[in-house]
Design a protein around this ligand. Sequence first.
Ligand code: S3P
Length: 199
Amino acid sequence: MNANIESTCGKHLVLIGYRGSGKSTVGKDLARNLGLDFLDTDNVIQEKTGRTIREIFATSGEPAFRDLESEALEQLLSQEDLAPSVIATGGGIVMREENRECLKKLGLVIWLEVSPITALQRISQDTFTTEQRPSLSDDSLSDEVHRMIAQRTPIYEALANIRITNDDNHMATEAVVKTTIEQLRTSSWYSDLIKQLDS
Ligand code: S3P
């Protein structure tokens, strides 16, 4: 998993993973702990279009949303003056090869792994996000979550420099962040960040 950690060049931390894996919760806390900014590609898209993700899916369809995701990544990559940030991404952003290339260029990629059962529990409890997020298929939510996680897991795994399991609802966010930072400390990305913050 960490084999390609040293070849990373981007200054950001990129969080990938399925819905309910904790990208926003862990991402915000991680950013605060490291003194970085926090960004979310879904928010970048919503701010740019003035529409929610659900509206975009409903009126323009999923392919149009996927194009907007690719544009958002290109936009972030082109912003050379962007402060080092933790960038949370939409769960399906990894499905396009061009996006995977952008994600690698943006920085170190952290996969927050979650099981279908836990993802389903968290998604069902998070009514606010559910209102904002469209269904990705005509399947039941349970079938969709199981199928999507099975389909995407090999892709998340191949792309990630670091894998953090965030599947225990009794584990506090701070503990997940602590584990993540412990793993980060072994990377050249982290020493580069420290050098940058010291200079
Ligand atoms: C999607 C996940 C969503 C959002 C969109 C599509 C997906 O983001 O990008 O609804 O394909 O899994 P979150 O993972 O932040 O919920």
